[in-house]
Design a protein around this ligand. Sequence first.
Ligand code: OMP
Length: 265
Amino acid sequence: MTFKQKLANIIRKNNSLLCIGLDPDLDKIPKHILKKKNPIFEFNKKIIDETSDLVCCYKTQFAFYASHGIPGIKALIRTIKYIHLKHPSIPVILDAKRGDIGSTATQYAKEVFDVYLADAVTVNPFLGFDSLKPFLERKDKGIIILARTSNPGAGDFQDLIINKKPLYIKVAEKVTVWNEIYKNCLMVVGATWPEQLRKVRKIAPEMFFLIPGIGAQGGDLEKTLQVGLTKNKSGLIISSSREIIFSANPRLEALKLIEEINKYR
Ligand code: OMP
C-alpha cells in the first residue's frame, strides 16, 4: 500500500487530519520518564499509546534523535518500528529535510526508507530535481517537499522574485509537474502563512500539504483550514509537536485540536 493510500484510509478511520510531532526534547521530558533506561522511546510510546485513535500520522523530527548519537538513532528506529507493529495503519513521516547531489541523495533515500522504515520524508528542493529523484522513485513512499516553511525567515529566499513569481510559487509549480510523473508528492506550507497557503492551494488543488506551525509557533488554524482544505474538506496534515507532547494531558490536547479542525470539515 502506498503512503497516500495509507493516509487516506486512516483519515477516514480516525476522522482526523491531526499529525502529532514526536520531537522528544530531553529538557522537557517529565523527570520520572527521564529516569527510565530508554527515556526517548518510553516518552514516545506513552504519547503513541494515548493518541493512536486520534491521529492520521506521526512525524518524527530527525534532529531530536540524532543529537543523542547512537542511543538517539536507536530510539528513532524503535519508535517507528513500534508504530508499525502496534498500529500498522498509521503512517510515519520522518522529518529529515534531506537534499544533496544525486549520488548522496540515493544513500539518504536508503537511510530514511530502508533503515528507519519511514513511510514518508521531508526534503529540501534547493538543489533541484536530481537531488529529489532518488526519493521520488520510491513511488510507494510520500515525498514531502518544502515550499513555504513556517519560520520567520521563510521569506528571505522563498519570496525572492524569479521571472515575476516568488520562489515558493515556482517550487509549488514544479512539484505539481513532478507529481504528475511520480504521483507521490506532498508539500510543506507553514500555518504561519495563510495568504501563501491560499496561493499554493490554487496551484495544487488536490495535493496533500503538511502544515506545521500550529500551536507553539502561533499559526492561525482557522485561516489555514479556510484557505487550505481541498474541495472534499481534506488535503491537509495538520502537525503539532510541543503544544501536544509536552502538555499535562496530550490526549486531551489532541482531542481539542481535532475538534477545532473538524469544525471546518
Ligand atoms: P512545533 O512548533 O513544536 O509544533 O514543531 C514543529 C515541527 O515541524 C518541528 O519538528 C519542525 O522541525 C517542523 N517543521 C516546521 O516547524 N516548519 C516547517 O516549515 C517545516 C517543518 C517540517 O518539515 O515538519
